[in-house]
Structure formats: C-alpha cells, structure tokens
Design a protein around this ligand. Sequence first.
Ligand code: MIC
Ligand code: SF4
Length: 639
Amino acid sequence: MSKTLAEKVLAQHLVEGKLEAGEQVGLRIDHTLTQDSTGTLAYLEFEAMGVPRVKTKLSLSFVDHNMLQNDFRNADDHRYLQDVAAKYGIVFSRPGNGICHQIHLERFARPGYTLLGSDSHTPTGGGMGMIAIGAGGLDVAAAMAGEPFYFEMPRILGVKLTGELSPFTSAKDVILKVLRKLSVKGGVNKILEYFGSGVKTLSVPERATITNMGTETGATTSIFPSDEVTKAFLRRQGRENQWVELKADDDTKYDEVLEVDLEQVEPMIALPHSPDNVKAVADVEGIPVDQVCIGSCTNSSLRDLKMVAALLKGKKVSNKVSLTISSGSRQVFENLVASGELLDIIKAGARILENGCGPCIGIGQAPQTDAVSIRTFNRNFKGRSGTQSAQVYLASPETAVAAALYGKITDPRKIGEHPNIKLPEKVTVEDSMLIFPEKPFKGEVRRGPNIKPLPKFSPISDKLTGEVLLKTGDNISTDDILPGGSEVMSLRSNIPAISKHVFRYVDSSFADRALAKGGGFIVGGKNYGQGSSREHAALSPMYLGVKAVIAKSFARIHLANLVNFGIVPLTFVNKKDYKNVDQGDSLELDAKGLKRNLCMKNITKSLELSVELDLSDREINLLKVGGKLAAIKARHAEK
Ligand code: MIC
Ligand code: SF4
C-alpha cells in the first residue's frame, strides 16, 4: 500500500500501536531538545526518574529564552542546565549561541529521524524531513529515559504546493495563508505534509518557517520531503553524508488535500491578537508603525537576514520606528559579519539584539503603550510582547522591512527592485559554543536557591468537589494561563513562586482565590491551552489545587500536560452545557474508577451534566496514579 512521507518515518520508529488515525501510537525518539525555560523542570523530572544517562541517539539542552540575567536566578538556571547536561550525556548549547530550533536545524537535524522537544515550535525540524514534535518537559524527560512518546495518530493533511513565489513574498506568507484557511484549531490532530512541484522552489530554512508555524494551526507536526535542496543545505553545513532522499509514494492518497499555488501568494499579515487573523498586507496598508522586530525561530535564518540586509542596504529606518534584529544563531550572525551585511543593517539604524528568542516571549523590547509592533514572529496573543495595550502584527521579513522603512504598514512590493538573494555554497560553521559531554562527569550539579524541588503528586480522589474558580472563552492560550516575560519567566524553576502568576492578566485574583478556596475547577471553551508547551501552565494550577478542567475541547500539548500532572481534563458531552456552569458554581464530580463517561453535579444550579474523559487507557491509568512522573518512578523502582 502506498504511504505518505509522515507514515514512512513514523513506521520506522513505531514501537506500539497502529498507524491509523485516532489510534494511540508509541514512537521511538532519536533526538530530544530542551530550552532553558522548560528545561529546568524537564531535568528536575529526569533526575527524579533515576536514570544514569540519556538513552537517545542525541539529547540537546539550549539556553535561548531567558538570558537577561536581571539577578542570580537565570544565571543559576543556566549553570544547573550545564551541570546536568555534563552529568547525563547531553549536548549543551551555551547562552548566546542562538535559538534551539535554528541551531538544531543547522547542526543536528537529519532527514528521517524523530525529534521530541520541550518547545511547541519543535516542528521546525520538519523542514528537514524529520518527524519533529513539541511536548511538555516531562514527556521529553521520559524520552531521554528511553520511553516511547505516546500520542494519538493524526490524520494526514496533504498541502500541495505548485508554482513559485513572486518577488517580495516568502515562506511566512505561505504559512499565514494556510493559517487563514485552517485557523488556530484547524490543524488539531493532523500532520501537515507538504508535497507537489512547488516544494523544490523553497530552501530548507523557508520550509522550516512553514513547519515551525504549522504549530499555530494546532497541528501535531508538519513535514517536507528530503530532496536535492535538503542535500545542498546539508552540504553547506558540512553534513552532506547525513542526507537521505525521502518522499511520499507517488500514488499516495491523503486524508485531505489543501492546494496552495505559490504564484498566487501575496504578502500577508496576521492582525492582533491571533495568528489566524490574517489579511493581505495590501488591505491594511497605511497603519502607522512604532516598532519592528525581526527574528525568532520562525524568521531568523541566514536566508531571512540576508534578505533584510539587502533590502535595508543604503536606506534609513523611519525615525518613528524602533527596528530590532536578532539572529537565530551565532552561525547566522557570524556569516552576516563576515559578508559585511551586518554593516548594512546597522547603518540603516537597526538595534542589534543577542541571538535568542528575546522580544518574541517578552524578554525585553516591550513596545510602548498602544504601540503598533510588526514582528516576524509566530504568536501575537494579547500581552505576550510585555505590553497589554500593544497591537502586534505578524509578517514576513520583507513586510517587516517595508514597515520599518516607511513607518507604516506597506506592501513590500513597493520597496522597488528585488534583491536576488543567493545562499553561499559553504557557510562558516563553528561549534565552539556547543559543549559535548565528557565522560565520566566529575563534580556535582549546582542548584541556585531559586531552584525548588518538584511539588508532590497524589492519586485522584474518588470524589472531586469545589467551586468553578474561573470560566473562560475559546482559544485560551498558555500565555493567558501563565504569562511569559522576564519577571514571570525567571521563576520557571520555582513552582510555588510562579504559581502566584496563574491567569494574572485574565483575572489577577485567581491565584489567591484558588488557594483560599482550597482549589477547585476551571471551565474553558474550545481549544483550551493552545500555544506553548510550558508544563507550568498545568503544574502551577495543580499546585494551586485545580482538580479538573472542563472544556469544549483542548489543545494537544496542554491536554497531555494536564494528564501528566494529575489534573482531570473533561469535555462536555453536550457542548451546550458550557452555558450551564458559571464561575462560583459548586461542582461535584464522581471520579471513582475514572471511567470514560462521568457525571458532574452542579450543586448550585441543581443540574446533572454529562462529561467525558476523552483519553486513552494509558492516559487514564496515568491519572489514576497521580500523573506520569509517579508512574515512571514506580516503574524504574521495580527494575
Ligand atoms: C513560546 O513560544 O511560547 C515558548 C516560550 O517558546 C514556549 C515554551 C515556553 O513557554 O518556555 C513554547 O512555544 O513551547
Ligand atoms: Fe523562542 Fe519565540 Fe520561538 Fe518560542 S516562538 S521558541 S519564544 S523564538
């Protein structure tokens, strides 16, 4: 039977289950990656598993998110991560080396391999023909301990690309167009597999921009074939020997097909405050712009920044605009320096930031009050920039440069002549900011005072009672549940402290109320927990006593995180029952035996509501014992 590309890679790594949509499958993981903000918890969890050394082919630990070092806390986290990496056999990428996804793509990604990362944009590796999936830190820690990664086999959505992009349009416009079609929920339980004659016209970094932001559709992952273009990318990186050809069988039938004629793609832009709020740039031209930020794991490759340099060369940024540039990796930065292109960027008036995530997650460069900020990033949830009143738009590097030059949203096709960007045959490759683990590790793992032990996990009680602490609408993101930004993110290793910030901007009294009431329930709408993989968005509510979340539907990674930390994720059997529960209502859930169909009483309204535990048997068993860490610990203790 003919196979899709995704099925081929999955089949080679399948250790449990059948590759049929909706089935639970277990996958062998070749590579793992973590970053500092999710990594400290992931390694505390890995340490708790009692496994002496990672069991993957390669595990990597990056420091790229929070590098402000306002006080000892970040620096202590970085030191802890470096020690743990040395002890357990993990490659450590030092602060300043760049963003995990960009570096993994350049230096480590291999066609046909699997990658699990504690960051939702891990599908970046799909640009190299990998099955690369984002997950919570505990799932990544389990993969490091040699456990399979379990998930529901998604449907495969084939995205057929034809034609070629026109000047001043680029990969970001393609994925924004896909997002406009699919929305932030349209990819849930799907793999987006790209195919068709248009594929060969896109470079690996452009493909990676597309797979990276496939995350915003809710997709499990996205994947491109591995072809001559992939081979050329690997050659440039001195890794041609790692190339293999990979593609779907010619007569493959996809579950669904979406066609995108690259010729017809025009410059696109996502308006505040959702990545799927997409319009053509031409339709929103003229809006005055205060800030432009270029970078992030979506758009900070050498291709992107060479384009930016060429478009800025000999011109000046509008004096109404602050333009920031952050390279995705030190490799990109070094190559821009060596070619002289960085000078073109600096002379145009750009502000150069450290190689890392920076403004994308509110680590510096918060815009001014009510500012319009155009960013080449992948998320524009309200407040994520650090300024609640800011209006953040997402666009391509080309559109971002046009906004910076003209001081207003402008169709980049108005810039004039299109520079012909050519990637060099060979790039300068220098890995000195990667520390490869020595054997054996001597010394001790140092932990700063802000690194606190993990909270205790206990099995679910037979009866869950409490108040509805909060009722939310649709598409609540993990940024809503637990914000980014330097203040909150410096507490990522300290669950008691970070828990005070749960729902801080949605309802500032949430944490105090939850503690005072001894915990309770959250009621959510559709796609609850979309966005990042941060498991703090589950662990902190658990710490505050949240026992269950009842929603219309959940985002994949957050659902897994809730289960991992023993919060019961329930869906309304009858979606209309959402209206029958209000904040402050007293609920009672008979959780005995954790059956699939449960009855929940709304005591306040004297109603009985049917709710469903839409989980696999494996997940239900995890919940029963108080979460995944408890289960893994018990298993390793038996051995
Ligand atoms: C994000 O883009 O939201 C993050 C910050 O990279 C998160 C991870 C985190 O919260 O540390 C993600 O996407 O998973
Ligand atoms: Fe970093 Fe932003 Fe990418 Fe998240 S989306 S990994 S914060 S650059």
